[in-house]
Design a protein around this ligand. Structure first.
Ligand SMILES: C[S@@+](CC[C@H](N)C(=O)[O-])C[C@H]1O[C@@H](n2cnc3c(N)ncnc32)[C@H](O)[C@@H]1O
Length: 219
């Protein structure tokens, strides 16, 4: 009897994963125009004048391989309490949701642009995982200001100048098993952030994806 119950819960989980993958495929397909929109933006404007609002129609998402890696990271380390900076339309968050299906966890994610939040929530509902995700709309420094709960995985994938203040603001929620996933770790501002974190002597940096990603773990 127990075997049948175990089997049926595995079948249910596979159906949930298939549903998420279906939505992810649609979103990756839709994000193909990102490059043209971004190129046009940089041709017409000085880099310093560009704000998150200029990217309101672009995904700027992590890759499929990075997403699959996040699923494994969550599953293999039994991570339950996930916080994400930079939801966009929800591609990375859907991978995080796939991960927490294995661990019984949940996700808090935050996004500045309201129209992006609305589309992300539609995507979470389509994928059937809206119940696993709390979306906070607004500036991450404000939305996460009073965050006071354990964090097993912090995903930093928003504007790089906020990585350091957010890390410091949330650090009191970390434990020895916390992992911080830093996207675009090879960008200049991220490099400055990572140097400061390394210099504290408390953390180890683990480069992934040829340095595009860095994991920060406790020594
Ligand atoms: C690189 S995209 C995130 C992509 C997403 N993680 C994915 O893989 O699908 C960065 C997002 O951070 C958001 N963002 C920028 N500054 C922010 C802030 N101060 N607070 C919250 N979100 C912010 C942007 O609007 C943008 O949607």
């Amino acid at each position: 009897m127990q075997g049948i119950i175990g089997l049926s819960s595995m079948v249910v989980q596979q159906i949930e994963i298939n549903q998420i993958n279906l939505v992810l495929n649609q979103l990756f397909n839709d994000s193909k125009n990102d490059r043209d929109i971004v190129n046009e933006l940089f041709v017409n404007r000085a880099e310093t004048s560009i704000t998150p609002k200029d990217f309101k129609d672009v995904y700027l998402s992590i890759s499929k391989k990075q997403g699959e890696y996040l699923v494994e990271l969550i599953r293999d380390n039994n991570l339950k309490n996930i916080v994400e900076f930079g939801t966009s339309f929800g591609i990375s968050t859907l991978f995080l949701a796939q991960g927490v299906l294995n661990t019984g966890g949940h996700i808090v994610t935050t996004e500045l642009i309201e129209s992006k939040v609305k589309r992300a929530i539609v995507n979470f509902k389509k994928a059937g995982v809206n119940n696993l995700i709390q979306v906070k709309t607004g500036h991450a420094i404000e939305t996460l200001k009073n965050y006071n709960a354990p964090i097993d995985l912090l995903v930093l994938d928003g504007w790089k100048n906020l990585y350091l203040p957010l890390f410091k603001m949330l650090e009191h929620n970390f434990s020895s098993k916390t992992i911080v996933y830093v996207d675009n770790a090879d960008m200049l501002e991220s490099q400055t952030f990572l140097k400061i974190i390394k210099a504290t002597g408390k953390y180890k940096l683990l480069p992934k994806f040829g340095g595009k990603v860095a994991l920060i773990v406790t020594k």
